[in-house]
Design a protein around this ligand. Sequence first.
Ligand code: CP
Length: 319
Amino acid sequence: MQTPPSAPLSSAPNVFARKHLLGLEDLTAEEITTILDNAVGMKDVFTRDVKKVPTLRGKTVCNLFFENSTRTRTSFEIAAKRLSADVVNFNVSTSSVTKGESLLDTARTIQAMHVDMVVMRHNCPGTPKLLSERLDMAVINAGDGAHEHPTQGLLDTFTIREKKGRIEGLKVAIVGDIRHSRVARSNIWALRKLGARVALVGPSTLVQREFEGLGCEIHHNLKEGIADADVINILRIQLERQRKNLFPSIREYRLLYGITRERLKYAKPDVLIMHPGPINRGVEISQEVADGPRSAITEQVTNGIAVRMAVLYLLSLNT
Ligand code: CP
């Protein structure tokens, strides 16, 4: 039987000296690389026979999700448990939030129970930052409105680096509803800082020219946007965040921007297909592409645990 180390670290110097993870916009390329390097060791931990290390023994992590989640909440819970932390899942629908308790009072109540880290998802951009300014607990943003989803950006970048061996110089096409996507924003920050070329592809109502200011190429024609792409990251149409119809119909969107096997010929032959989930099969991605040989969608989910273990571990050094 293997003996788990107490702290499965990267040998690289730790330049990540933060208490909170609120987004990737503020992080340097070196900080992002430190998280990715630590995630390599973490992946080794949870893919072997003994899947647990005592690194966060005695710490308590609370999942505070005000929006639905399958992947992120479960992934943070597994990541924290793999590091031997205690995990509490806060259920909004059965909490005193339904009786009118404010967000800050709810968070203060959780803090009073000596929780060390709170993983927070909220539909209002900036909510995790507000908590980080008012409370002593470490705060991790698990998605705030259309602003950022930093651990998704990190796990996507980790998956690309793992599969392609590098980030610098790659062309990554992000296709879909960029306007409403926190995943797109966090990917853009990470990929641009690490030297990738980022092409944003979709209808003009969902991919605005403002994104050029972040160093991205803008394409409203799918064939041009994914031409010679090393990676295509496909996003869901977020109907829940759209206040008006931004394209004529789902059918029309699928005809113009749906990623099918036929359309992959425009990208590089070894193009990596990614999707953060949840997937709407037959809309933004065909069944055969989602389950095909170029797809890394399942590995993204696996890598999410490694990246979240690395984030929890690195933040714990500063709390
Ligand atoms: N990718 C992602 O954030 O998925 P969930 O909404 O299921 O957490």
